[in-house]
Write a protein that binds this ligand. Structure first.
Ligand SMILES: [Fe+2]
Ligand SMILES: [Fe+2]
Length: 423
């Protein structure tokens, strides 16, 4: 197991650790000397890195998507950790455990797959169930669907992200399909299960996440329509008008022509699919934005071009109901007062910046911290809401298996009997 992970880095420490190279650029200082600008990563996040000196022998020593062992100094630059690389060497694949470098779903892939197959088995329309079984019985599709991310970087960009996204949508679809009486639940569920299936071939995810050639040239919507067409050819009784409905849901799920859909949704199930997909992707995008933000100070994340906004880091902002001893002001957000340190800009000029605290960034999460968006709506009161004192200690299902969640801790505190809270 590698150590330390990105989420464990502390400023002003010299570390030796291994990383996956997410990007590598050779740049020039004002003096004309070359330096390396890197984005490194592991399963817990990304880290800017610069190699200012002695780069000649390192320029061609490794590439993007290589694993590297690096010795360097963790500093703070523009309110973010940055690694100044002293030494770097390329690692052989045999030296590393892939699980250390690729973010993956907190859920067990086999458990998610069993849940998905259960949903397919529950589809009452014979035609739609036959189509779904034809697709998910395909060994190559089945293997890729368990592993694929839902996106390269925007949302659910981790191994198992696609199936996690689809199952989240299935849960949302079940809720709204019961609310709107003009919805065909089988059709909506089929659209949910198939809308992004083309992503299993659109993306490469064996090392870093990138677009495949098919993905670059066709995109996941076109790939999905082709996959569905291929399977329907072996289902001679499949009604052609039903095929058109399924294809329309796939084609229109981005909702707008400018977002890559050649048609806008034109029946209720297609419209619902679009809005649920948009909701789920944005909720996950905001969760990841807060969880992976690298700003060491402040209550807001850096700007997200995908969401077109910054996001509030609630755990830094929400200090008034924090237990005594853990309180941190919104100004410092849990970070200790910085002391000056000297950093160097790419052009070699000294730069005085505050040193970061020895403590972990408040927003950095552990590798196993669960995404907070998975809390079912309405299942738990806000931490400040008045709560009736229960007779026995509350074991809320939301955090029963997620003991290290910040929100779970707050909820647990809020749900404690009054006497216990005072104690
Ligand atoms: Fe999509
Ligand atoms: Fe989607």
């Amino acid at each position: 197991m590698k150590s330390p992970y990105v989420s464990e880095l502390e400023p002003n420490r010299v570390i030796t650790s291994s990383f996956l190279v997410h990007s590598k650029e050779i740049r020039q200082k004002k003096s004309g000397e070359l330096y390396l600008s890197l984005m490194l990563g592991d399963r817990t996040g990304e880290l800017d890195a610069k190699m200012w000196d002695n780069v000649t022998e390192s320029l061609d020593a490794f590439d993007r998507d290589d694993f590297v062992k690096i010795k360097g100094l963790v500093q703070v630059f523009h309110n973010r950790p940055q690694l100044t690389v002293h030494k770097v060497r390329r690692m052989d694949d045999s030296e590393i455990d892939f699980a250390d470098y690729f973010p993956s779903s907190k859920r067990d892939p086999e458990e998610m797959w069993a849940e998905l197959r259960g949903l397919v088995a529950g589809v009452s329309s014979v035609h739609l169930r036959s189509l779904l079984e034809a697709l998910f019985d395909d060994p190559d599709i089945a293997q890729r669907f368990r592993r694929a991310p839902a996106a390269k970087s925007i949302h659910h960009a981790f191994l198992g992200g696609l199936i996690e996204h689809v199952l989240s949508l299935c849960a949302l679809a079940r809720l709204v399909a019961g609310h709107y009486k003009n919805i065909d639940p089988d059709l909506l569920l089929t659209g949910v299960l198939l809308h992004d299936i083309g992503k299993i071939y659109e993306l490469n995810y064996e090392r870093g996440f990138s677009y495949s050639n098919d993905g670059q040239l066709l995109g996941h919507i076109t790939i999905a329509v082709r996959m569905v067409g291929d399977k329907i050819r072996a289902l001679p009784d499949f009604p052609p008008p039903l095929r058109v409905l399924v294809e329309h849901m796939i084609l229109s799920h981005h909702g707008h022509l400018e977002f890559g859909s050649p048609k806008v949704p034109q029946f209720p199930e297609a419209l619902l699919l679009h809005y649920l997909d948009d909701l789920d992707s944005k909720m996950e995008c905001m969760r990841a934005l807060v969880e992976h933000d690298r700003q060491l100070e402040g209550c807001f994340t850096s700007y997200s071009s995908a969401l077109e906004r910054t996001a509030l880091k609630m755990d830094r902002y929400r200090t008034w109901d924090r237990p005594p001893g853990l309180s941190a002001s919104p100004e410092t957000n849990g970070a200790a007062s910085p002391s000056p340190q000297a950093l160097t800009t790419p052009n070699g000029a000294a730069l005085d910046l505050p040193a970061a605290p020895p403590a972990q960034p408040a927003a950095a999460s552990t590798p196993n911290a669960p995404p907070t968006h998975r809390a079912p709506a309405g299942t738990a009161p806000a931490p400040h809401a008045p709560v009736a004192a229960p007779q026995a200690p509350v074991q809320h299902p939301l955090f029963a298996s997620k003991p290290d969640s910040i929100f779970a801790d707050k909820l647990r505190q809020a749900l404690k009997p009054a006497a216990e809270q005072e104690g």
